[in-house]
Design a protein around this ligand. Sequence first.
Ligand code: BYC
Length: 329
Amino acid sequence: MYAQMVKSTGNAVKSREDMTPEERRFQDRIDAGEKIEPRDWMPDGYRQTLIRQIGQHAHSEIVGQLPEANWITRAPTLERKAILLAKVQDEAGHGLYLYCAAETLGVSRDQLLDWLHQGRMKYSSIFNYPTLTWADIGAIGWLVDGAAIMNQVPLQRSSYGPYSRAMIRICKEESFHQRQGYSIMMKMANGSEAQRRMAQDALNRFWYPSLMMFGPSDRNSVHSAQSMAWKIKISSNDELRQKFVDQTAPQAEFLGLRIPDDALRLNESTGHYEFSEPDWNEFHEVLRGNGPCNHERLGTRVRDWEDNAWVREGLMANAAKRAMRTAAE
Ligand code: BYC
């Protein structure tokens, strides 16, 4: 149900000797830090890797609206409601920039959505977990958007021009998202005993799924080596996960909340936190479609797509009418 349709390479990185002259010239451009633009020659594997990653990223933004949208009508104040509404709308915008970036690679948005709806393309594992309380909205902003920024800031330097430019804009908005989440956590953690317990419970449930957002450990990452050689990815999954823990552990301490990991401690000699890995079996189960909310999330997306067909049809009819009018003038 949830197998990846868009295969990229997954192969070992080619040595210079094994590259064709075109591939060598392409790699030289990457190594020199040049941006690759849509009309430039690129290896098919580079194109497929980008379609897979950007498409998956776009789907994550769109599906990522669902757990938060669940709380728009129940936000505790008018101000919190307005902020959450703006944030969820931002996610829709991020999805649209990313679908546009993917379209420059020769795949249509309809095709990408079709693959998503058929369960043949992935979206981030994190959105298959439920949002049970208002504190979960704080935890999503703080941890999920925090992890997203950690991953996306280096992607601003990605070798593919349209992706890198989309990331610059997205990162500006993500940092507001992260701060709104932390602000909710501050209120909850410093509120009544019941609110503090809710904040702790949200951290307990979202901690390991947030660590999973960075993907499998480097030793099990199929695509990292090639993607890093092509500068599609700038940092490895484990490097980013470590940075995230280093940044987040002191923030949890400031909130007076406990990260649910007995092994978590600052190693004074390295300056980094040691921490437990997430349960990778759970990660793979979620990727296979067996997470707590996979069916609900995909079902909602498909239902909304079908229910809103009339909007797309109306827009297309209007565009056709305008084009005819312009042609007649
Ligand atoms: N979930 O070889 P690897 C957001 C898959 S949304 C699902 O390391 P790669 C937000 C991976 O696809 C943030 N699948 O892969 C929105 C591959 O499977 P296939 C979304 C995952 O691509 C709303 C296999 O596991 N961010 O910010 O080198 C509200 C092996 O992995 C996951 C992005 O998409 C996962 N967590 O590295 C709030 C960032 N992890 O394709 C917030 C862009 C791995 O072979 N993407 N897989 O079947 C990336 O940076 C990279 O694609 C990843 C994975 C680090 C995620």
